[in-house]
Design a protein around this ligand. Structure first.
Ligand code: ATP
Ligand code: ZN
Ligand code: MG
Length: 504
């Protein structure tokens, strides 16, 4: 890695007769300050290539390696010069300006297509070596690690070009017995025909009439009574609107911004300001979009995508008492919204769905044990109550396998188990895609990102997404819509079918 930085340090006064003083400070720094961080016994660090003196600024060129990156080196020089010049002459260093900044580094692969990046003048490649010409960055941006993140982003983009189309790693860990399927119809279509549910008022939403609503609620009760309560989970109720800073810390804002539903607030509640808008609605019976745009603000939050981010938010910078560990909570009130676009299908891939999300925080050992317990209880539900044909697989997205960021390097404690069910309407058992109806994950990153600590040990966290629509879709696809044919365990818990409603 090579960093070559040409920059200007601007002083708050003239330095016309202070060249020698500054030169001495710089050559001292070149020997010591700019080498700090280089491992003992190694060569390297940052060096000053040349200095030019001007009326109230110096231009200098720094060449460095990964031990002391040039943008860090210049910030060190700025601080050192400010201190010394301040003491001696009451002159400070006002700012750092980049003349040109070129970083050369090796990527894991040669790119297959051009790469584009903000804050950049130009990106060139020689094989797998990237020559990144950094654009104008402010002092704050330099100090805030922009350059490091730009380097990482280039590497990530090159890698993504190579992983495109590759599937996530999928390892079967358990598979139930084959079960007898009652039918091979798509349950959503059949429920629609019977009037148990209808398409919702906007894309990808459903209106569940009593028959279908009761099935989802029965699923919810089973999850709570058979899995969450016996495992010791306590209910919480969280807000369904998530501010961007929380999603930045969880990674959702960079991971899935294209799947979010965003929320706008009115610019004002003052009825006078809305008067013309109201006039228009009363007369035209439609929303005047031009006026409307002026009256709502840019979104600063979005609708819940998964419930765990707000749980982490609620514990930011907290220390959890040992006797509250493992911390076990669940939310069942916040619906999740995801813009699924072309992927939508039936009730199993929708834009608004209902999940219970248990979230757990504890030591590695506590969560390993919890995971086993929860899997046993889930197994009891899917085997003895719903009598599903299903399987469990350990999954890891392709980019994680490659970066070593996941399970491979750090042992098997982190990772995700997907629970999948066979959907006969999709075709042959062996050939067709099974439905992921829930998952269970353990992570290390969230307790770090939100600085959640225990009194003694490092904490891990995790969550399990119990999708009520997906449980329902899996169950009905295998067991049909005739309650008399449903497994005894579910039939008992469902009870009498609701009266429903007749429409003429
Ligand atoms: P998929 O790969 O199917 O899109 P995902 O990886 O996006 O799923 P997660 O974010 O892991 O799903 O969410 C966990 C659970 O939430 C899923 O197992 C499922 O039960 C439910 N879920 C996710 N997306 C949807 C959706 N669009 N409609 C209904 N349920 C969903
Ligand atoms: Zn989660
Ligand atoms: Mg998804």
């Amino acid at each position: 890695m090579i960093f070559e930085l040409e920059c200007y340090l601007r002083f708050s006064g003239t330095i016309a007769d202070k060249e020698e003083f500054i030169s001495d400070l710089l050559s001292e720094a070149d020997d010591d300050l700019l080498k700090r961080g280089v491992p003992h016994g190694m060569e390297g660090g940052a060096s000053i290539d040349y200095v030019e003196f001007h009326e109230d600024n110096i231009k200098l060129k720094l060449i460095s390696d990964r031990y002391v990156r040039a943008h860090d080196a210049v910030l060190r020089l700025k601080k050192m010069l400010s201190q010394n010049m301040g003491k001696e002459f009451h002159i400070g260093v006002r700012g750092v300006e980049i003349g040109s900044y070129v970083v050369e580094f090796k990527c894991d692969h040669e790119p297959m297509e051009d790469i584009d990046l903000p804050f950049t003048n130009d990106i060139e490649f020689k094989g797998d070596i990237c020559i990144l010409n950094v654009g104008e960055l402010s002092h704050e941006q330099l100090a805030n690690n922009y350059v490091d993140r730009m380097i990482n982003r280039v590497k990530e983009k090159v890698n993504a070009q190579h992983y495109e189309g590759k599937k996530e790693q999928w390892n079967l860990i358990w598979r139930s017995q084959q079960k007898k399927m009652v039918w091979d119809k798509d349950p959503t279509e059949e429920m629609e025909k019977r009037g148990w549910l209808m398409k919702g008022p906007t894309k990808g939403k459903w209106f569940y009439r009593p028959e279908a609503a009761k099935i989802l609620r029965t699923m919810e009760r089973i999850a709570i009574e058979e899995v969450l309560k016996p495992s010791g989970f306590q209910e919480i109720i969280e807000s369904m609107m998530v501010p961007f800073d929380v999603w930045i810390d969880t990674g959702h804002m960079e991971g899935v911004p294209n799947e979010m539903y965003y929320v706008s607030e009115p610019v004002t509640r003052d009825p006078e300001e809305w008067e013309r808008f109201i006039d228009h609605v009363k007369i035209a019976k439609e929303v005047p979009m031009d006026l409307f745009k002026e009256l709502v603000s840019e979104p600063k939050s979005g609708i819940c995508y998964a419930q765990c981010p707000v749980v982490y938010w609620s514990l930011r910078n907290q220390t959890i008492a040992d006797d509250s560990l493992p911390l076990l909570v669940y939310d069942k009130t916040s619906p999740s919204a995801r813009y699924e676009s072309g992927g939508r299908h039936g009730i199993e891939r929708v834009d608004e769905f209902h999940r219970i999300e248990p979230v757990y925080i504890g030591t590695k050992d506590q969560l390993m044990k919890l995971k086993e317990d929860m899997i046993d209880r889930y197994k009891h539900v899917f085997e003895d109550i719903l009598e599903l044909e299903w399987r469990m697989a350990e999954v890891e997205p392709f980019y994680l396998q490659q970066s070593g960021g996941g399970t491979a390097e750090e042992g098997t404690e982190e990772g995700t188990v997907d629970f999948e069910a066979y959907l006969p309407y999709r075709g042959d058992r062996e050939e067709s895609e099974w439905l992921e109806f829930q998952n269970l994950s353990i992570f290390r990153k969230y307790t770090k990102a939100f600085n959640i600590k225990s009194q003694t040990k490092e904490l891990y966290s995790g969550c399990s997404g119990i999708g009520l629509e997906r449980w329902t879709a899996a169950f009905l696809a295998q067991k049909g819509l005739e309650p008399s044919k449903w497994p005894k365990g579910f039939k008992e818990r469902y009870g009498e079918p609701p009266k429903g409603l007749k429409l003429l």
